[in-house]
Design a protein around this ligand. Structure first.
Ligand SMILES: [Zn+2]
Length: 435
């Protein structure tokens, strides 16, 4: 093994038999910028192999993100696998600097600039799979930079309601609301919450054979299925673009994120004529509604035009190969709110299940989890909810009303995933504890 993993047991690369780690291939800057390796021969000498080793180590452990930052005389790497941080390698700060500069060079960034944030990307290939490595650098106090690398595997992106584990109820709900051909369906979430994926899956829940769905937002290479891209004219205002989509017999319009009062007002005014699907930034569904009320200063309009808001929290999926079944005791079921007839639940393997290295699962590297899905809450603007919202209610009152009407919540959807054996009670607790 190339790097130790400290005390906390991290995922091990599959088939890790002291073989040489296969190294990632860097295939140029995402921006298409030329990277001048020849005039940076010393940097290449000091940084290229190390950068390859670090990135390969992260990819071999399925890390979706890698952070490298200076701490005293060392540079410390942290890998994030399914949202959980694991300590990665430590290296002397000079080596860390060389890796950071090398990756910046490969991404076509300015290696002379170290006191301002920069971002870029590198095309890469690892184990014959294409990756996009998205880089962000930030200056840190005391000099040096923090480097964040996000690894995206374009072929493996979650994009359908199935990938995201939408419940059947939720799918029906979204279809039903979109079928009205008016109103606003929102996906709400913070940065890195997967809100774009969530909103995209909402669009994909709508039957594109039955309804004319137009898309006027950048879907970053996601598969649109039968959704048509709607050509926008640069000189048109937002309202004019919406008007053209309506005249082109659009039923549903998937638009850019709604991030300001002006856009919010325009969308709500047009929502009589066409159904909008969009994402917005808010910690959860209730707060998205409150934000819309603030932006428009018109809770009544929001209550009339917003038809439903989804939000999600990501949760790790149990590894299918090594999850262990157990019979839950009735007290536990009652305590967590699972039906008393639940016969079997699953958990990751624990220390006592693993006697020697042979028992370590080759799929998940012994973590017990593999991949993530969303726990999804959905607030529907029912008649009763409409009155609560129109009265200018706070987020807590909206949440209380959603509970009264037994709408799908993070809690209820998370418990469904537990009952279906897709995740564990421990992971559910972790997901609610962790931010
Ligand atoms: Zn496993």
């Amino acid at each position: 093994m190339v790097f130790g993993f400290g005390k906390k047991r991290g995922p091990e690369p599959p088939d890790d038999d002291d073989e040489e780690l296969e190294l990632v291939l860097f295939q140029g800057a995402l921006s298409g910028a030329e990277t001048d390796l020849a005039s940076n021969a010393r940097l290449v000498q000091a940084g290229l192999v190390r950068a390859k080793e670090l990135v390969s180590d992260a990819l071999s452990r399925r890390a979706e993100m890698l952070r490298l930052e200076p701490k005293g005389k060392a540079s410390i790497a942290t890998f994030f696998v399914d949202g959980v941080p694991y300590p990665g390698t430590r290296m002397p700060s000079q080596a860390g600097l060389a890796v950071t500069q090398m990756l910046k060079l490969l991404a076509g960034l300015d290696i002379q600039v170290r006191d301002k944030p920069q971002k870029g990307g590198i095309k890469a290939e690892y184990e014959e799979r294409p990756f996009v490595l998205r880089l962000n650098t930030f200056p840190v106090q005391g000099g040096g930079e923090r480097l964040i690398v996000r690894a995206e595997e374009p072929d493996k992106r979650l994009q359908t309601p199935d990938d995201l584990g939408f419940s059947n109820d939720l799918r029906h709900k979204i279809r039903e609301l979109a079928a009205r051909k008016q109103g606003v369906l929102l996906g709400a979430g913070g940065p890195m919450s997967g809100v774009t994926t969530l909103t995209f899956a909402m669009v994909r829940s709508i039957d594109a054979y039955l309804y004319q769905i137009y898309c006027i937002t950048d879907v970053e290479g996601r598969d649109l299925g039968n959704v048509s891209v709607f050509k926008t004219n640069e000189e048109d205002t937002l309202a004019q673009t919406f008007g053209r989509a309506e005249r082109a017999e659009g039923d549903v319009l998937y638009i850019d994120p709604i991030l300001d009062a002006e856009t919010c007002k325009t969308v709500l005014q047009e929502a009589e004529e066409i159904c909008f699907v969009a994402e917005t930034r808010a910690p959860d569904a209730a707060n998205a509604i409150v934000q819309f009320c603030k932006w428009t200063g018109n809770p009544k309009l929001v209550s009339e035009q917003v038809s439903g808001v989804a939000s999600q929290k990501l949760i790790r999926l149990l590894c299918r190969r090594c999850r262990k079944a157990y019979r839950p005791n009735p007290k536990l079921l009652a305590k967590v709110g699972l039906p008393p007839e639940t016969k079997v639940l699953y958990r990751p393997p624990q220390a006592e299940d693993i006697e020697d290295d042979e028992d370590v699962c080759s799929r998940c590297g012994g973590v017990g989890y593999f991949g993530r899905t969303g726990m999804i809450e959905f607030i529907e603007m029912t008649e009763d909810m409409r009155q609560v919202v129109a009265g200018g209610a706070a987020a807590d009152a909206i949440k209380a009303q959603a509970r009264t009407e037994k709408m799908q919540s993070f809690q209820s959807d998370g418990l469904r995933l537990v009952a279906e054996g897709k995740t564990s009670l421990e992971e559910l607790q972790r997901a609610f504890r962790g931010k």
